[in-house]
Write a protein that binds this ligand. Sequence first.
Ligand code: PDD
Length: 282
Amino acid sequence: MLVLHNQTFIDRDEAVVDIEDRGYQFGDGVYEVIRYYDGQWFLLDDHLDRLQYSLNEAEIDFDVQVNNVKARLNDLIEHNHIQDGGVYLQITRGVAPRNHPYPDKQAPTLIAYPLNLKRPLDDQQNGIHTITAKDFRWLRCDIKSLNLLGNVMTKQKALNAGASEAIFYRDEIHVTEGSSTNVFIVRDGTLVTHPADHYILNGITRRYLLNLADKLNIPYQIEVFSLNTLKQADEVFVTSTSAEIKPVVSIDDKKIGDGTPGTITNTLLEHYFDDINITKLP
Ligand code: PDD
């Protein structure tokens, strides 16, 4: 496997992290996971726009366009002969002697390499089991930051409980998102999802879904909902680049609907499959 390191390609075995890289020491960096389907990027420009947003918010001095990230990612796909899969891309504030303040001169480190992503067809057919978990993360979840300790601890909690995703809540009346996904509910034929504010990551798949709902004339509301509303919903599903759309069939051992993937969720999934070759959100 060839890995992109700043502007050059190196063999996977030669790709090492400097012990003083701030991404490694402080989680001082941002990332993207981008899908590539059947020889084509899925929503690449939208991911690159969000990457620039995360960089700007984190005050990491890196310009995605000036550094030709898109062209390098195309090279990465070509060098690794990827037909179907994805790419992991991260940019840290770079290497500097350990000290909390930003270094005077930032020299960000970029790495990108292929991910062997597979379509999650079994989960999409059967639906997934989930738990709820207190959202104890920081209050800038809109930045796609490398600091994922809260997310990984909570994902593990879900797995330990025999589930595959955890749905975060700040308090009883405020459900936010999943440990690595955004959350949607269907209530009386209307989709509901959390506003794109500092409490959640504004998922590219979430935005894709809202566009799709517009196209299909499925009404939606962008609003905060409670744990009670979540568990009483007619349908629940989660979205992400790797999960695509996954129906949720139980939450904390309580069945959602009749315990099988819902009708609106399945309709959205079918359209997702048809749309896999779209390259940009409108
Ligand atoms: N996770 N919320 C969180 C906390 C996430 O980590 C993710 C994505 C999403 C969905 O974002 P998008 O639709 O842009 O993938 C929401 C990625 C895939 C990951 O960390 O692997």
